[in-house]
Design a protein around this ligand. Structure first.
Ligand code: IMP
Ligand code: MG
Length: 180
């Protein structure tokens, strides 16, 4: 285990096993439909790569750079680093993100796409859902795991852009948090 991690919440085998089920569900729901998956970056990079390789449908993939966190706190603002390039008119869209916390990020992007893209449907899929009262109204359509209200890193999730490449989801030591 990495020095900065005090506890592993979800190990790699557990994550991948859950992705098999989640991918099967998504495959059934979108069979025969024109699907574009939009991955919110950078957080859903690892999750998306593992999930989408388990979905044997002729889907399109696009990425959308977004940020709302500094350190371990939400800034309360969603910054778009670019807008999606894919043509979404007449297509079904599945937005994927690493974690549903306050709901700000996912609800902002979903509302933006619903209003501007001409997509036939916009659904959401997250690897993790935190057990907190959501400040912004959104319920993810697909959820990998429900987790307690703790700050987690790994498998795409970062602390100041670090730890994204850990193969598991873990909780940082107080020392690692203090170091920044
Ligand atoms: P929301 O907009 O508050 O729902 O937060 C969503 C974004 O905040 C996620 O895409 C993550 O980038 C970040 N985030 C929320 N909770 C955590 C966490 O526990 N660890 C790392 N990033 C988090
Ligand atoms: Mg993120």
């Amino acid at each position: 285990m990495h020095d900065s991690i005090q506890r592993i919440l979800l190990d790699e085998a557990t994550i991948l096993q859950r992705l098999n089920t989640l991918a099967a569900e998504i495959t059934d729901d979108y069979r025969g439909l024109d699907l574009t998956v939009i991955a919110l970056l950078n957080g859903s990079l690892i999750f998306g790569a593992d999930l989408l390789r388990r979905i044997p449908l002729p889907l399109q993939i696009d990425g959308l750079g977004i940020s709302s966190y500094e350190g371990t706190e939400s800034t309360g603002q969603v910054k778009f680093r670019q807008t999606p390039v894919a043509q979404l008119q007449g297509r079904h869209v599945l937005l994927i993100d690493d974690i549903l916390d306050t709901g700000l990020t996912l609800s902002t992007v979903r509302d933006h796409l619903v209003e501007t893209s001409g997509a036939l449907s916009v659904k959401t899929c997250v690897l993790l859902q935190k057990d907190v009262p959501r400040a912004h109204w959104i319920e993810a359509d697909y959820v990998g795991f429900d987790i307690p209200n703790e700050f987690v890193v790994g498998y795409g999730l970062d602390y100041n852009e670090k730890y994204r490449n850990l193969p598991y989801i873990g909780i940082l030591t107080p020392e690692a948090i203090a170091k920044g």
